[in-house]
Ligand binder design. Sequence first.
Ligand code: 5GP
Length: 194
Amino acid sequence: MQLLKDRIRKDGIIKQGNVLKVDSFLNHQMDIELFQEIGKEFKKRFAGEEINKILTIEASGIGIACVVAQEFGVPVLFAKKSKTKNISGEVYTSKVESFTHGRIYDIIVSKDFLGEGDKVLLIDDFLANGKALEGLAALVEESGAELVGAGVVIEKGFQIGGKLIRDRGIHLESLAIVDDMDWRSGKIVFRGEE
Ligand code: 5GP
């Protein structure tokens, strides 16, 4: 998605340790006009698919998931990061290792809002090592719902997540794939470019 790639080049900040900061339009301040274009692009890429629920993970996925959900006319469900150890039987749960924070946490979703008959599209802001999407996919599987696919705004193609998700046969759509980025020069190479 050219509009997004141009914006990443213009406003993205590359940090040491393979982290791309996009706080000015995606992860802190949010550019809703851009979000709306992102929503339309996901609608196009998953056209013809039957989807009745968007599933994301708090907090940074929620904004994007909302505009995508508006395009599809379906609700958004977000997995909560749980701090409580004793989880009751009323939730589905799975573990996620955070790329940005380097710790493992539980994610939970209430059994009231996900189950057999649901056709779910996963949405997240970034794909790095694939842990967040794998955790969400595990919740969907546990619930008996159908996983239709996964959409991410930015995939870091030099990390393993994209391969892991595609190798599992999940229909993955990434709107911008960063194949290389250098924090010293600020240079970003997107897939399909030199
Ligand atoms: P994964 O689970 O695929 O390793 O990492 C994805 C999650 O980590 C995303 O939900 C995102 O919040 C965060 N993340 C991973 N890499 C980056 C990055 O380079 N920049 C930002 N802002 N977030 C990232």
